[in-house]
Structures are given as structure tokens and as C-alpha cells.
Design a protein around this ligand. Sequence first.
Ligand code: PMP
Length: 391
Amino acid sequence: MKLAERIGAITGGGSDGWEIYYRTRDLLAAGVPVLNLTIGEHDVRTDPAILAAMDQSARAGNTGYSFGPGKQELRAAIAERVAAQTGVATTWENVIVTPGGQGGLFAAHMALCDPGDRALYIDPYYATYPGTIRATGAVDVPVPTRSRDAFQPTADVLAAHAPGARSLLINTPNNPTGVVWSRDTLETVAQVCRDHDLWLISDEVYDSQIWDGAHLSPRALPGMAERTLVIGSMSKSHAMTGSRLGWVIAPPEVIRAIAVLATNTTYGVPAFIQDAALFALRQGADFEAAVAEPFRRRRSLARAVLDRQQAVRLIPSSGAMYLMLDIRATGLSGAAFAERLLEQERIAVMPGESFGTAAAGHVRVAMTIEDRAFVTALERLCAFAAQRQAA
Ligand code: PMP
């Protein structure tokens, strides 16, 4: 029997770029010790107090069908967080609760793009972006960036890709680069969106993980609130990756359109998870800062190690749980470097090539293991790179 072409087109049938990750998982399962810097997930679990709120809600009977767009109280709490963080007036009518940020990314493209529409995204990118866009029937178009620009898009490249496109997906703080885009970059993005009448989809799931300065949402820039959809999530800010609770912020008519999609696809997010999320949001910004703290600390530890050597170059990173390292001085591709590092040193990092073509010759390091092991892993990675450079 024949499957739909659309489903095969999601990955294009090629490699999904996660070979190192799968191999690491197999090695760990076989009892081989590997320092695993591939995973974009906290090394702590969801806080027990949040789990208690979840348990209490479920036991109180909140286990039936939940209302599609999310509980109004939760939508209001999310709106309040967004308004406080960005200064843009936001009410519950601007919010829909989705199964994770990933559910929001899919819903946003479904709502904005018709089959065949060109949907832009920035390379390097979070691994699911092209597949998510293709799953909607839109045509995924990567917009390249350069290492020397800290992988931030420039006005000319954006303007060259914008004509005829429907939407632009951006992500800051960025996965995989750890870069927090500058105000200049975001103003350029906003200008291009206004000039070419593009929808902007702004993935801000790392908005609580910024080490220098404050988060700037492009929705706050002039003329942008009416054309911007912000993707948010409890996954990173509250260490709730498994709870699958995210959201889309958008003009009310877009939210209503996504609500129709939700009724006919996900049927909403479980009510006891929504109650846990509401409890978690009420813990305030200090709680979010505490969840982010290990990454802030490890970024400093990493800088101390990397400042002492010349074989690898750190892309100036100031957010999210990642560092991007330029390893081109070793003469290896990111993929070859990652493979050899795993074989010889039992350290797993993601090749830059797994996130598009722009980050070739780089590797992504997730700061998601305990401090001492993290420092050891980086020291050994640098020594390995220095040996390769000398060879
Ligand atoms: N966007 C980015 C940039 C991510 O890194 C992730 C998860 N790694 C997501 C969206 C999706 O996260 P979730 O669905 O758990 O909210």
C-alpha cells in the first residue's frame, strides 16, 4: 500500500543528522561510559512541587477532555508573563496552549502557509524546522548565515530570500548556536517582514536563558505585533520537557484559527498538565532563573577552559543551553570531528552539519552534564582538537 508523499517528504528519506546521538545511546546502553554533550535537556527533572500540583489536579478529577485552546486562567497567566517580559499588551485572547513549543511551531505554519508557499527559516536551525514546515505542505527555504556574523542573518541575504515568501521563522536565544541575536539583527528582521509583508514566527522557547542583557522579542518592535506569532514553552524555562506544554502568542483571529486546528488534531493539552503549568508559572521569575542557573554557570566554566587555547573558537554565545565551537582549524568537518571524538575520547557532541549547511566545520556542545564532568569533557575536546591541528 502506498503512503502519502507528504509523510515521506518530512525527512526527504535522507539522514536525520542524529547518528552521533543514536550511537551514543547504544554505547551507553552497552555500558560504555560516554560524556554525553548531545542532549538539549536539563540534567535535573521537573521540580517535585510541580509534580505535586499535577497529581493534586488529576486526583481532583481533572482527567476528562480539556477545552481546546487551554484554560482561560492559564492563558491569562501566560499572557501576563509575556506582557511583563516584553512590554507588549497581551491578553488571554492572544494565547493558545499547545502540546509543547513543537506543537506550536506546526500549528503556526498550518495557520499561515498554504501548500506550496515558501516558508523561510534561518540556517543553522533547530533540527525539526524543515520537517515541520514540509509536514504542512509548505516549501521550506533555508536562509544561510555565516560563522563570522555569529550566525545572525544579514539584511541583504534576508532581502534576497523574502520576495514571494509567506513567513519567516527565527529563533533567539538560538539552538544550536547559543547566540542571542542583537537588537540590530531583530530590527533588520522586522524591517524585511514589513517590507515584504511576511508573517514572522519567533521561536522564543529559550527566553529565560540569557546570560548578558535582557530578552528582546521582535513582537515588541514597531508594527510587528500584528504580524508576529511567538512560540513559547514550559520545557526549557521550567524543566518540563516531558509535560508537552507550550503556546502560541498571536493576534486573536490567528489564535481562533489555530483553535479550530486543535479541535481537529490534538484536542488540547491535558487539564492536569495545564494546572501544573499554572502552578509553575506562579512560582515567578526567580524559579525560572534557578532552572537556568546551571547553564549560566557552565557557560562561564566553558569560557575559562576555551580562553586558554587556540585550537577551537567559541562563537560568542550568551543564551540557551548550548555552545557552538568552530573546529575548522583541525581540518575536519563537524561530522568527522564528532565521530573521532566519540571513538577516541568517548565524548559526544553534535556535528554542526546536523543543523544545516551553514554550521559545517562546527560542533554543538550541550551544557547539560554536571559541572566537573562538563569541564573535563571540554578540556579533553580542546586537547583532541590541538592534536589534530598539530598533525
Ligand atoms: N524550539 C527550539 C529552538 C528547541 O530547541 C526545542 C526543543 N529542543 C523546541 C522548539 C521544542 O520544544 P518543546 O516542544 O519541548 O517545547
